[in-house]
Design a protein around this ligand. Structure first.
Ligand code: GLU
Length: 307
C-alpha cells in the first residue's frame, strides 16, 4: 500500500514572511496538493526571545491571503513548538542514554545561533569543541559547578545519503561535513535540529519541501529521525530568492508581506512567484489552485533567483 502523503509548512515567527519564504510555502502547498496529501502547519516558535506575537498572527493570515490552506495544525497549540517541550525532552533523554549528547560550556553567541535554522553562510562544520573531549570526571566537576551548559549532539563519523527530489543525491559525512550542533541551549530551550526532526517524525510528515538553504541539514535530520526510531521523510528543496548578497532577510522591508500585500493582489503575487521559479513563462494572475495544473518539479529552477 502507498503511504499517505503528509506535507508541512514550518515557518518561524521571527519576522514577517518575505518573497523567499512565500515561494517555499507555495512549493510545499503545490507539491502536497498535487500528490493529494494532507498539509500540516507547524508554528516554529522555539525561540521565545525572537518569536513575536505580531509575527505569529501575521503568518497564518499571510498564507491564507495568498490562497494557501492547510488541513491540520496551527492555531491548535499542539502544533506550536513552544508547547512541545515534553516531546523534545523525551528525545533528548533517548540520545543521552546512548551517549550521543554532551554538555558544552562554550560562548553565548554560539548558543543563541543554535535555536534558529542555519542559513547560507551561517553554517560551519563544528568539529567538536574542547567540551567534546572532557573526561567524565572533568565533565562531572563542571556540571556540579552549577553554570548550566548547552547540550550538543555528537555527530557520528557516518555518511548519510539523502536523495533530494529536486537537487538529487547528497552524501554527507555527519562528523566532518555537518558537525556537532547544539540541540539544547543553556537556558533550556531545545534547538532547531532536534525540534524539527522530532516534529516531522511525530506529525507523520512524509515530504519536507522548503528552501535550499536547509538542504545541508537534511542528512542530519534524517539520521536523527532514524536514530530516534522513526522513518525519515522524502526531502525536496526549492531555489532561494536571493538579493545581491546571496540571501533574503526577513528584515528586507520591501519584500516582506507587509509591503507585498499593498503592492500586489494575491493572484498577481502567485503569478510573479510562479514565473520567477520557472513554473510559467508569461506572468499572469492566478490562484494556487489554478497553478496546480502547471506544477511540475522539472520546471522549477535549481539555481537561485536574483531579485
Ligand atoms: N522554521 C524554519 C525557517 O523558517 C524552517 C524549518 C524547516 O522547514 O525545516 O527557516
Amino acid at each position: 500500500m502507498e503511504k499517505a502523503v503528509v506535507g508541512r509548512f514550518a515557518p518561524s515567527p521571527s519576522g514577517y514572511l518575505h518573497m523567499g519564504n512565500l515561494l517555499a510555502m507555495l512549493l510545499a502547498w503545490l507539491d502536497c496538493r498535487a500528490l493529494g496529501g494532507e498539509l500540516v502547519f507547524r508554528m516554529e516558535d522555539l525561540d521565545p526571545a525572537r518569536s513575536k506575537p505580531e509575527y505569529i498572527a501575521a503568518l497564518a493570515d499571510d498564507l491564507r491571503w495568498l490562497g494557501l490552506d492547510w488541513d491540520r495544525g496551527w492555531p491548535d497549540p499542539a502544533y506550536a513548538q513552544s508547547k512541545r517541550r515534553a516531546l523534545y525532552e523525551q528525545a533528548f533523554r533517548q540520545l543521552e542514554a546512548r551517549d550521543l549528547v554532551y554538555p558544552c560550556w562554550c560562548s553565548r553567541a554560539e548558543r543563541l545561533a543554535a535555536a534558529s535554522a542555519p542559513h547560507p553562510g551561517e553554517q560551519q562544520a563544528d568539529f567538536g569543541c574542547r567540551c567534546a573531549r572532557l573526561s567524565r570526571s572533568e565533565r562531572e566537576e563542571l556540571l556540579r559547578g552549577g553554570r548550566p551548559p548547552a547540550w550538543k549532539l555528537r555527530c557520528p563519523d557516518e555518511t548519510v545519503c539523502v536523495s533530494d527530489g529536486h537537487y538529487g543525491p547528497l552524501a554527507q559525512n555527519l562528523a566532518r561535513e555537518a558537525g556537532d550542533c547544539i540541540i539544547r541551549r543553556a537556558d533550556g530551550v531545545y534547538a532547531y535540529q532536534l525540534a524539527v526532526s522530532v516534529d516531522d517524525m511525530a506529525m507523520g510528515v512524509t515530504r519536507v519541501v522548503r528552501g535550499r538553504d536547509l538542504l545541508s541539514s537534511a542528512p542530519r535530520q534524517k539520521w536523527l529521525i532514524e536514530t530516534l526510531g522513526g522513518a525519515a521523510p522524502d526531502y525536496c528543496h526549492g531555489p532561494l530568492i536571493a538579493s545581491g548578497d546571496g540571501k533574503l532577510s526577513k528584515r528586507l522591508g520591501s519584500l516582506s508581506t507587509r509591503q507585498l500585500r499593498q503592492d500586489y493582489t494575491p493572484e498577481a503575487l502567485v503569478g510573479r512567484l510562479a514565473r520567477l521559479c520557472g513554473l510559467i513563462e508569461k506572468e499572469e494572475a492566478l490562484t494556487p489552485r489554478e497553478l496546480l495544473s502547471e506544477f511540475s518539479w522539472d520546471k522549477v529552477k535549481t539555481e537561485d533567483i536574483p531579485i
